[in-house]
Design a protein around this ligand. Structure first.
Ligand code: 9WN
Length: 434
């Protein structure tokens, strides 16, 4: 079984490989995406390190002059995705590059992945690290200097697509207060996959409204920080930033980047001083979100709530409480109904929906991040449960985009949803079985 599936995983990556980068999924996502490329590069690293390097190099062609790294680079032409480059119209920003890109970013996983590539490849990768380091450092510099208005080491995201967890119910409270125009939408996603498993049209109108606002401000960060109705400190995004800082510190020391390492250490200390205090909910026993615009906590639980383990944020006792409450025969494995780890949203919430995108289904990349975080703290048994569930879903369904977490599905009900032959599901499978 494993060797068949391994072959299939290689075929998925081969099939989605373009000239120098890998698309997440044919038709549905026909361009290069930022955090997808990180996970995909790790998959390639187990097959062909040159492709892993190409993945990074291609993405960096979309970097803006201020260090910002966009969430999509439109290297190629494709009509099958909305919103395309003409909607983003990033040429309005003086910082935009030659390449066509979106105007928002995604969770900064690349620094962490670069360190994992180094673990796989060793010394021969140092030249590549030397080549890439300045761009990744510039991206982190952008975050700490432009997206941390309170100087607390917790950067904001200004769009739900920046979270990577696009329609998590966490944002419902934000959308409630937003009177977005009823744009005519030219959605393509719902032509590729079942619309009932995707975000609603009303949610898309909010997404596009934010893009229109940013455009009207020429993507100026100062105006975005002052006026964007969506301005959130997200636990997943900040955990990846901190984990990637850690990697850049390790790698920077290897290649003699003393000035950058000293700066990264300062940012790291600042982030670590505030993360737990601001985002840990004693009552929920997990990390939650902070809405900077409305100055309130968004006290909801999602799979992102457990990713601070990856960044070494909680102390050992708190980490133990998190795991016991949620992941080791806890709220997210289900008591009564039982779930594959890890549902993307709180199964006990009325907003939980096991089929709809980020409102409940299991996602392979979040499982992989949680798996790494659990191992970091020595929760190897629970980590193994996450790995086992992840492999079981992939073996049962193949490389889908997301999966129904309910163990007791009606017979004949297929649990793989969204795009099939999805790149990061295949890439992370290759990492989990090595
Ligand atoms: C918007 C590519 C991306 C992932 C995101 C996932 C989905 C895009 C969309 O697909 O988002 O970026 O159009 O729905 O939510 O995490 O990077 O795979």
């Amino acid at each position: 079984m494993t060797s068949d599936l391994k072959l299939l995983a290689q075929e998925v990556l081969e099939g989605n490989w373009q000239d120098g980068f890998t698309i997440p999924c044919k038709g549905l996502y026909p361009f290069q995406w930022n955090w997808d490329s990180g996970f995909i590069a790790l998959g390639w690293a187990h097959l062909d390190m040159e492709r892993a390097k190409a993945e990074f190099r291609s993405l960096l062609k979309g970097q803006w002059s201020n260090g910002f790294l966009p969430h999509i680079v439109f290297h190629n032409e494709a009509e099958s995705y909305f919103p395309g480059p003409e909607v983003w119209d990033v040429g309005r920003s003086p910082d935009a590059p030659q390449a066509r890109t979106s105007g928002i970013t995604q969770p900064p996983v690349l620094g962490y992945i670069l360190e994992l590539l180094y673990e796989i490849s060793g010394e021969p990768l140092l030249d590549f690290i030397d080549e890439i380091f300045p761009a990744l450092y510039a991206w982190h510099h952008y975050f700490y200097t432009r997206r941390d208005p309170n100087k607390e080491g917790l950067v904001y995201i200004c769009h739900n697509w920046e979270a990577g967890t696009d329609n998590t119910p966490v944002w419902d409270a934000v959308w409630e207060g937003l009177d977005s125009p009823e744009y005519e939408l030219n959605r393509r996603d719902t032509q590729h996959v079942d619309a009932s498993n995707r975000p609603s049209n009303r949610e898309y109108q909010h997404y596009i409204h934010l893009v229109e606002l940013f455009k009207s401000w020429d993507y100026d960060d100062v105006q975005i920080a002052e006026k964007s109705p969506f301005l959130i400190q997200d636990p997943l995004f900040n955990s990846l930033l901190i984990r990637s800082n850690e990697s850049l510190i390790h790698l920077g020391k290897r290649i003699g980047k003393d000035v950058e390492v000293a700066q990264l250490q300062k940012w790291q200390a600042l982030s670590k001083a505030h993360f737990h205090k601001k985002l840990f909910s004693e009552q929920r026993k997990a990390y939650v979100y902070f809405d900077l615009r409305a100055n309130r906590r968004l006290d909801a639980l999602s799979s992102s709530s457990f990713t601070p383990l990856l960044a070494g944020i909680p102390d050992a006792e708190t980490a133990g409480d998190i795991v016991k409450t949620h992941l080791d025969k806890g709220r997210f494995t289900g008591v009564g109904p039982s779930y594959f780890l890890c549902p993307s949203f709180d199964p006990e919430s009325p907003s939980f929906d096991p089929k709809r995108y980020w409102r409940g289904p299991v996602w392979i990349n979040l499982n992989w991040l949680i798996y790494q975080g659990l191992n970091r703290y020595g929760f190897n048994k629970v980590a193994e449960n996450v790995r086992r569930d992840t492999l079981a879903l992939l073996e049962e369904c193949g490389f889908y985009e997301y999966f129904d977490p309910r163990r007791d599905l009606d017979p004949g009900h297929f649990r793989g949803y969204g795009g099939n032959h999805f790149s990061w599901s295949a890439a992370l499978y290759l990492d989990l079985i090595r």
